[in-house]
Every structure is written in C-alpha cells, then in structure tokens.
Design a protein around this ligand. Structure first.
Ligand SMILES: *[C@@H]1O[C@H](CO)[C@@H](O)[C@H](O)[C@H]1NC(C)=O
Ligand SMILES: *[C@@H]1O[C@H](CO)[C@@H](O)[C@H](O)[C@H]1NC(C)=O
Ligand SMILES: *[C@@H]1O[C@H](CO)[C@@H](O)[C@H](O)[C@H]1NC(C)=O
Length: 533
C-alpha cells in the first residue's frame, strides 16, 4: 500500500477526499489552457493553409457565330459585396464553326464540344465539379438563326442541353443573349479587368478605387457589333426621346448610366457577305466578279446559297435563284475602290447630319473618354501590325499598305496564315474605318483614346467574364468558415488570458505539492502508519 501512496505524492494525507477535487480541476484547466494556447499558435502560424477559403469555379461557353469558346473562371469562396473576385484560369475553343451552322444537323453539336470539355473537366478539381455552374450563351449567329428558323435554333439548344445535363457540372442553361446584354457584359468585362470597379488595398481587402473612371467597350463579332459607354445624364433625355440604348448597370454597390447599342448584320462576316451580295447585284450574272477588297491575284468561289442564305442578305437576293450555283470572285486589292464599296454597307444618310446619331438612324450620344476595342477590332489591327493605341493616320496608312499586297505575299506578312481570315483583313480594315470614323464619329483627336486589346492580364476581353461576374450574384456564398480572432489585439488578449491561466494552475499545483511535502516530513502519513502496523 505504500507504493500507492508514493504514486500520489501531491495528495496531502488526511485531507484525501477533500483535496482531490481542486487538484483534478487544476490539472484539467491546466491541460485545457495549454491545448488552447497551442491550437491558437498553430492555426495562426499556418493560417492560410488551415483556414484557406478555397476557390470556386464557373464555366461560360461563348457560342459565337464563327466559333464556340469555353472559359473557366475562378474566385475565392468568400465574396466581396456579393460579387466574386473573378479571374480567367483557362480557355479553349471548340473544333469546327459556330453552333448556328448546325441548323441541318443539331445532333452533331455535342460531338465538337467533347475535346475542349475534357480539358475543362481536368481544369476544375473533381470535388468542385458538382458545385461549378456552367452557362452557355449564344450571340448574334443564333439570334439571326432564331429569326430565320426558330425550330432549328431550338433543336440546337435542346441538343446542347441534353449534352450538358450529362456533364458533371451544375448546368445552368443554354441561352441566346440579346445584343444589349452582349454590349453591357463586354463593357463590364473591360472595366473589371482595368480595375475600375475594385482594387486591392494595402490590407488585402477589396475597395472601390477613388476617382476611377470607366472605359467604353467596342466589340466586333462575326455577326454583330456592339458599342457601350457611360454617357452623362444630359443625354438621358435625348435617349428617352429616341427610345433606345440607355441602361442602368448596378455593380459592386455602384450605379452606372450606360449607352449601349448592338448592330445585327454589322459583324465582320455578315458585313462581308453583304458586300459580296452587293457586288453580285451590281454585275451581270455569269461573269467573274471583281472584289476590290480581296488581295490582288486571289480568286475564290461561293454558291448563291452561301451568299443569300443569311437573314442579312435575304433582301438583296434575286426573286428566284439556284442556291447551288457557284459564282467566282477575283481580288484586285484596290484600297480606294474597297473603301467606297464598304462605305455603301452603311446608311449614313438617315442620320440627316444629326450629331447624336451613328448610322441607320440610330441614336448615339457623342463618344467620350477612353475605349477598349476587342475581338474583331483587335484581330484586324493586329494583322496590320498595330495594337494598343495609335493614330488614325497610322491605321489608315497601314490599311492602305496591307491592301496593296498581292495574295502570294500575305503568308510572309502574317504570323498565322489562314485563307479565310487572310483574304478578309483588307475588307475588315476599311470596314472598321467606316464604322468608327463615319459611324461612331471618332475623330483624329479621339481615335488615339481607343486601345486595341485582346486580353488584360490573362483574361480575355469579351462578354463572357462580365456575364460570369453578373451571375455570381446568384451563386450563394459558402457557409462562413469559423474564424479565430485574427485581429492582433484580440488575438494577443486571448493568448495572454490562457497563458496566465496556465501559469496560475502551475503555481497552484506547486503550492499544493509544497504543502504536502511540509506535512509529510513533519508527521507520517495516516495510511503509512496504518500499513506499518
Ligand atoms: C461594399 O459596399 C459598401 C456600402 O455599399 C461600400 O462602402 C464598400 O466600399 C463596398 N466595397 C467594395 C469592395 O466595393
Ligand atoms: C489614307 O491613306 C491614303 C494613303 O496614304 C491616302 O491617300 C488617303 O487620303 C488617306 N485617307 C484618309 C481619310 O486619311
Ligand atoms: C509586321 O511586322 C513583322 C515583323 O516586324 C514583319 O515581318 C511583317 O511584314 C509586318 N506585317 C505587315 C502587314 O506589315
């Protein structure tokens, strides 16, 4: 029995039952305090790893008239003012042409998606698949097809829905977005990427930048083109009179009065198709047609179906024609002829010289401030060896120079030579000239305020990111994580409290032990004397 007593040296004999409670309590409090101090210290040290909120993902498919592109976006699971801080982490283009060209075989659309979608599945971590929203937005190509053949458009969307419903992502729908939406989302993207909505503060929080302005957005697609910019309230009345173009965009707790307009049939492909139709109208059938916008020595053929089959050229078609009949076009690379023919694609007369009118009688306030020109604007400028900002004269003389080259010289002039694009740059350059100068009324003075850009950082400028940004408002924030006191005063206070408790417990234990030792040495323990007998 002596050994038992020896194992409990702190137990004061004679007070056994009474004194055990405070000792156990003190030990428990001591251990708890040590545990709390250790946990806080460890979590504070590995704060980012232990409490990292992680990333959320979103996928947007931009189904344009000439191709479909998938964008993967990511943002921290925590959100600022209910809108995520979104950046592009991956993009890939689907094989083949735009979805609107599958009007005869809608069931084939999913097959061209597969390669790119496989990469998208790899880019988003497996456990996040089910919570990752996926949206498909179709633009002008599908808007035109829907007007022309609604059944075909619906069948294509139906076939796409079936495909995405079988994907591991949270599919949120395949929709045809309006031209105005396309314009506004492009404007949101351009300004978001330039940091006009949010900026990182010194404390790594996000804040609205002080005194930040906005930039206008110029988008040139295959089938339509959009212009969007913030226009003062004085213009609001004029817009109301003209009944178009004004929207109010609320984002990050701010409200922006925006002018936006989308011109269907004024995208690069449809505009060029309209030019071919016009050239055909002007010439006797059967002969080889001259296209002053095609490079010298370039010849190609189109069927009448290809030229007149679009809603944009329907009105130019002869009363009856054989859609299978082929017509040949020969390029002459004549810049001044090309500029004249391209100008005829716009109706500049219906504005009757009014200041607040672009073309085709469309109301537009005077352009103001800086602009970002992307998509077709960027690709065309880039083919002319121009990017960023440059003068109107530089653009004009580069266009002139480019158009003067013969077809056989182009492969050595262009970094990437593809017939379908190479033959059209001369046309596009003149087209952009008319659109921006005679249409939107950019002048020699305001032209240099336009930045021709494809991406900012690693994110593409286009409507898809703006779409994603707006839709993140509908993605609920993840359940808030348990946050330990991270602000220094609170953290130090908690740490000091538990450290003090630990020290007090230790002191109390030492005190109890010392009392027992004193007793033990002066009078033999009760148990011990009993055992000895
Ligand atoms: C969030 O909204 C509040 C009030 O609406 C505003 O003061 C704050 O600057 C906003 N934060 C950001 C990042 O925009
Ligand atoms: C464009 O450049 C060409 C060739 O340099 C010149 O002849 C023409 O006048 C210019 N046009 C305009 C509008 O500046
Ligand atoms: C663009 O620049 C490259 C390299 O300087 C040159 O080889 C090419 O000819 C230029 N292209 C045009 C269209 O001027």
């Amino acid at each position: 029995m002596f050994t038992v007593v020896a194992r409990q040296p702190c137990e004061p004999a004679g007070f056994r039952v009474l004194s055990r409670t405070p000792v156990i309590l003190t030990v428990v409090v001591l251990l708890a305090s040590v545990a709390v101090v250790l946990t806080i210290t460890l979590i504070q040290a590995w704060h980012s790893q232990v409490l990292s909120p992680g990333l959320k993902y979103g996928v947007v498919l931009d189904a344009g008239s000439s191709r479909t592109t998938a964008y993967v976006y990511q943002w921290p699971a925590e959100k600022e003012n209910n809108t995520g801080v979104v950046s592009q982490s991956f993009r890939c283009s689907m094989k083949g042409s735009g979805i609107s060209s599958y009007d005869k075989n809608p069931q084939d659309v999913p097959r061209v998606f597969e390669d790119c979608m496989e990469k998208v599945r790899e880019q988003v971590p497996g456990p996040r698949h089910a919570s990752t929203h996926l949206y498909l937005g179709a633009t002008a190509g599908m808007r035109l097809l829907r007007l022309q053949n609604e059944t075909a458009a619906n069948e294509i969307l139906e076939s796409i829905r079936d495909y995405f419903e079988a994907q591991p992502f949270d599919f949120r729908g395949a929709q045809i977005i309006t031209g105005e939406e396309e314009g506004v989302y492009g404007w949101i993207t351009a300004n978001y990427l330039q940091g006009n909505f949010l900026e990182r503060t010194l404390w790594h929080a996000w804040a609205h930048p002080r005194g930040a302005g906005t930039v206008g957005a110029l988008d040139l697609g295959g089938a339509s083109t959009q212009i969007s910019f913030v226009a003062g309230d004085a213009d609001a009345e004029a817009a109301a009179r003209n009944g178009s173009g004004r929207v109010r965009v609320n984002l990050f707790g701010y409200s922006y009065p925006l002018y936006t307009h989308s011109f269907p049939c004024y995208g690069r492909h449809e505009a060029e198709r309209r030019l071919l139709a016009a050239l055909l109208q002007d010439s006797p059938a059967g002969s080889e047609l001259i296209n002053p916008c095609y490079p010298r020595n370039y010849s190609t053929g189109f069927t009448l179906g290809q030229i007149f089959g679009s809603l944009c050229t329907e009105k130019q078609a002869p009363a009856s024609y054989n859609p299978g009949l082929t017509v040949a076009f020969r390029g002459t690379g004549d810049p001044s002829q090309c500029r004249e023919k391209v100008g005829a694609l716009f109706d500049f007369h219906s504005c009757q010289g009014q200041e607040d009118c672009s073309f085709d009688g469309v109301y537009q306030p005077k352009v103001q401030g800086a602009f970002v020109a992307f998509a077709g604007f960027y690709y065309t400028a880039s083919a002319l060896n121009l990017s960023g900002s440059f003068s109107l004269d530089a653009f004009n003389s580069s266009s002139w120079g480019f158009c003067s080259h013969a077809w056989t010289e182009l492969p050595s002039l262009l970094p990437k030579f593809e017939e379908e694009y190479a033959r059209s740059y001369c046309f596009s350059a003149h087209y952009i000239y008319h659109l921006l100068v005679n249409g939107y009324k950019f002048t020699r003075d305001t032209w240099p305020q336009i930045q021709f850009e494809k991406e900012v950082g690693n994110s593409s400028v286009g409507w898809a990111l703006g779409y994603m940004l707006s839709l993140t408002n509908q993605i609920p924030a993840e359940a808030p994580l348990i946050r330990l006191p991270v602000s220094p005063p609170v953290f130090v206070g908690v740490l000091a409290f538990f450290t003090t408790t630990t020290l007090l417990c230790l002191a109390f234990l030492v005190y109890l032990c010392s009392r027992f030792r004193v007793r033990k040495s002066s009078e033999p323990a009760f148990e011990q004397s009993l055992d000895a007998e």
